[in-house]
Design a protein around this ligand. Structure first.
Ligand code: PLP
Length: 359
């Protein structure tokens, strides 16, 4: 669909340009809501998935205080994105009487439902539970329906970070109180996202000073970004796992001792997270880049110090293997030829590394 984008106006202004910008924002809200199986009025646009997670966690805890229904327990899965982990940790330090606990995962990277059931049973008080729909490193899809069923038996709220799942696998926001989304993970622009808030779930704004987004998020909306998010949401279709599967079959045959993380679990169709034994992730990323193969390391690099991934640690992957973890994503424009080239490049890298080790 081609149309001139009405980004000149302020969507809060009542003149013609403002109304046109408002129409862009509202059309996008409809499209994002439709993709997530939510109501348009429950979509709050944010600057991305990170802000959506921060708003959900801080907004729920503070909103519950304001509603006279204090949240006293915060259960966060061990494999959440840093934006959930860091905000949850900060909240637990700042909010008096809020206890934070980690929900463990199985060796396949799936949230341990029995452990969560035990945690919920152990104590008393309203809980806020954060479990992502699919993990950003392994692609492992999480048992959200089971978590939602547990939440029905317990007093509390559920945050689902659906940043990686939305648009790639069927997903409905219906089972959660808060759902985070990010436009760039479904082919939209960077720097825009949304939090879907179930009607009646507590939410105090963290950005104050304007009535935008029904008072949930002050600040003039990013009209161009939001329009791009809407356009991406309209055309998003679940992708087949064909290329990922071909890649992994070829990789296993070329490198029999490759370790593929989460391969026994249901995974996103576009993600492969694996370790080439005895090759550090940094060496592999640089060597493959020279061949035009773009992979990322499974490690988080902060202040120059490379740490093994917290996700693989939670899956109890030995550190030496976690340090070799690589991630490949397959996009709508990836080809069979690229899959072949990537596996060939990996095989050649291993030949070089092994020859060097033998010398
Ligand atoms: N949550 C998950 C699972 C992610 O993978 C990401 C980004 O990669 C985010 C949240 C943060 O989203 P954004 O980059 O839009 O802030």
């Amino acid at each position: 669909m081609e149309h001139a984008l009405a980004i000149g106006g302020n969507p809060s202004s009542v003149h013609g340009q403002g109304r046109a910008a408002r129409a862009e924002v509202e059309q996008a809200r409809e499209a994002v809501a439709a993709l997530a199986g939510a109501r348009a009025q429950d979509v709050v646009f944010t600057s991305g998935g990170t802000e959506a997670n921060a708003l959900a966690l801080c907004g729920a805890v503070q909103g519950a205080v304001e509603a006279g229904a204090r949240i006293t327990r915060l259960f966060v899965s061990a494999i959440e994105h840093d934006s959930v982990l860091a905000n949850a940790a900060a909240l637990a330090e700042r909010a008096p009487g809020l206890r934070r606990e980690t929900i463990p995962v199985t060796a396949d990277g799936v949230v341990d439902i029995d452990a969560l059931r035990g945690l919920l049973r152990e104590g008393k008080g309203r809980a806020l539970v954060a479990v992502m729909a699919a993990n950003n490193e392994t692609g492992v899809v999480q048992p959200i329906a089971d978590v939602a069923a547990l939440m029905k038996e317990n007093e509390g709220y559920l945050l689902v970070d659906a940043v990686q799942a939305i648009g790639k696998i069927p997903f409905s926001a219906a089972s959660a109180d808060y759902v985070s989304l990010s436009a760039h993970k479904l082919g939209g622009p960077q720097g825009v996202g949304a939090l879907i808030v179930r009607d009646g779930a507590p939410l105090a704004a963290i950005m104050l000073g304007g009535g935008q987004e029904r008072g949930h998020r002050a600040g003039t909306e990013n009209v161009a970004g939001i329009a791009g998010f809407g356009a991406a949401a309209k055309v998003a279709t679940p992708v087949p796992a064909t290329l990922r599967d071909r890649f992994e079959v070829a990789l296993r045959s070329a490198v029999p001792d490759v370790v593929i993380f989460g391969d026994k679990a249901t995974r996103l169709p576009n993600t492969s997270n694996f370790a080439l034994p005895a090759v550090s992730a940094e060496t592999a990323v640089m060597a493959l880049d020279l061949d035009g193969v773009m992979v990322s390391s499974g490690s988080a690099c902060s202040s120059g110090k490379v740490k093994p991934s917290h996700v693989l640690q939670a899956m109890r992957v030995p550190e030496a293997i976690a340090r070799s973890a690589l991630r490949v994503s397959f996009g709508w424009n990836s080809t069979d030829k690229e899959v072949g080239a990537a596996v060939a490049s990996i095989s050649q890298l291993l030949v070089r590394v092994r020859a060097r080790a033998a010398a």
